[in-house]
Structures are given as C-alpha cells and as structure tokens.
Design a protein around this ligand. Structure first.
Ligand SMILES: *Cc1c(COP(=O)(O)O)cnc(C)c1O
Length: 284
C-alpha cells in the first residue's frame, strides 16, 4: 500500500497538518487499519475465525468485519443485548458489518463479564481474539509502520496528535516515535482510566503527553462545542468523526502552541447516526 498523504488545513487561524489515514479505505481506515495491520499481513489460512466484542456502533467492529470479509475469515462479535430499533437500522456501522458477514451474538447483561473472560480459555489456534476496541499488542506493528511513514516525510513539525479511546494508538505511536511529542486526550473515561488502559499494553513513555479535557465529556454524548468544531473542520476541507476528533482539536487549540501533525483516526462512517442525534438534541 502507498503511504497516506498529508493535507494542510486552517482552523481558527491556526495551521494543522493532517495525515490522511481516513482515505485508506472506506471501511478499513484510520487507526483501525493501523491496529489491524499485522493481522492483514497474516496469511489467510493461518486463521479461520476472528472473535471480538464491545458496542454495536463501534468503529473497530466495522473495520474487523471489513478485514474478515477480505480475508474470508468468519467473524463472531459478542455484545450485550441490543434494541430492536438498532437492529433494524439500514445504515451505520452495525448494518455495514452485518453486510460484511459478521455473526452477531447477544449475551445477557448478567453473564457478559464472565462470558468475555472465558473466550480465551475456550479458544483454539485457528481463532484469533481481538479485545474490545482492538486493544491488543498485535496493534504495535501497524503503528510502527505509521511511525516510519511520518519519519520519512522529514517534516519541520515535531509534534503529532491523535485522540484516545483505549489509548492503544497513542501509546504504540509514541513508543515508535521517540523523537516526536505525541499529544492525546481521553475521549472515553478520564486520564486515570486512560493511563490504566495504556499501562496494560506497555510502559508509558515521556514523549506521550495526555491533555486534560477542559470539562468532563461523556463518550458519544452530543455537545454543541463538538458540533461547532466538526463544522469548522468540514469547512476547512476535511471530514472528521464526531466522537473523538472534536475533543482532540479542542484540547490542541486550548493547550498547545506549536504546529502539529494530526493523525486522522478515521471513524467518519459512524457520523450518520451521530448527526441524527445532534439534530434531535439541538434541533439543527
Ligand atoms: C477507535 C478510535 C479512536 C481511539 O483509538 P484507541 O487506539 O482505542 O485509543 C480514535 N478515533 C477514532 C475515530 C476511532 O475510531
């Protein structure tokens, strides 16, 4: 594959470089492409089945479904029980994932935790289990490739930024790019939670800087200021996701002065359903 390109945008009078990982593929793009890179390079016959679990709006779910479709691997995805209206939606990550052949299995709320814990025990060598959100050490290789691409650009800019859910992307990128500052911000939970998630995967290096959000945001809730940033970014020429990117840009605008290379983390396919919720909440 070719290296993803770099664009320049102006947001609130400031220039940002953007690494266009969103353009890699319509479904298997952004940091999910990077995190699944090692599996994508695996010979098709090494595995017959991929198992994962989490939410039904998840960008990771869609990327895994697209990968399994490509590799002809069976994909089984476990979630807590899901509403009928969600299942009947004819768009969005869940719908697209089913179209890629994903088998969806609901596990009752009370059994969910133990069931997930038992997955590895009952697994076999032809099955690969991807933890929620792709928080696996197998993500390291693809982020090493991203680091090499960034290094090869020989930019004057020596800071990069990418928003965090599990923190897998920011951590492995920071480890692979010690000569850069890597900025991130927690979009799920707070800084303490993010550090815990990261520490489970490796030691947090000193070039990784976690920016504290200016107020407590709940993941996947609509916020007017997020919508404002999303719109401004779109007017600047690039579509970003509504869950992660607005929080990262807000933190960068408020807390960082130098020019930054923003790593587009993808996720735009989830915007349709989020935009609907924005329209309802703010009568846009
Ligand atoms: C999954 C995702 C993230 C978070 O990635 P982590 O590696 O879990 O921190 C950030 N942005 C977008 C658009 C995502 O889909």
């Amino acid at each position: 594959m070719q290296n993803s390109s770099i664009s320049k945008i102006t947001l609130e009078g400031r220039e940002f470089l953007v690494k266009r990982d969103d353009l890699i593929d319509p479904f298997l793009a952004g940091n999910k492409y990077r995190k699944l890179y090692a599996l994508l390079q695996t010979p098709d016959n090494k595995y017959s089945k991929i198992i994962s679990y989490g939410g039904t709006q998840s960008n990771a779910m869609l990327a895994i479904a697209a990968m399994c479709h490509k590799k002809k691997w069976k994909f089984v995805y476990y979630t807590k029980p899901v509403s009928k209206s969600q299942k009947e939606q004819k768009r969005g990550n869940y719908f697209y994932s089913l179209n890629f052949g994903m088998e969806h299995i609901e596990i009752e709320e009370e059994l969910y935790r133990d069931f997930i814990a038992s997955l590895r025990v009952n697994s076999d060598e032809k099955t690969f289990i991807i933890d929620q959100g792709g928080a696996n050490t197998s993500a390291k290789e693809g982020l090493g490739v991203l680091a090499e691409e960034i290094r090869a650009e020989m930019l004057d800019v020596k800071s990069v930024a990418t928003p965090s859910g599990t923190g897998t992307t920011a951590l492995f990128l920071a480890l692979a790019l010690p000569e850069f500052k890597v900025y991130t911000t927690p979009c799920i939970g707070n800084t303490t939670y993010l550090k815990e998630q990261m520490s489970a995967l490796g030691d947090i290096p000193s070039n990784l800087i976690i920016l504290e959000p200016k107020k407590k945001y709940h993941f996947a809730k609509p916020y007017r200021e997020f919508y404002t940033i999303y719109k401004k970014l779109q007017e600047a020429g690039i579509k970003f996701d509504l869950l992660y990117a607005p929080a990262m840009f807000e933190a960068l605008l408020n807390q960082v002065d130098e020019e930054v290379l923003y790593i587009h983390s993808g996720g735009v396919s989830g915007n349709e359903s989020m935009l609907k919720r924005y329209e309802q909440k703010f009568s846009l």
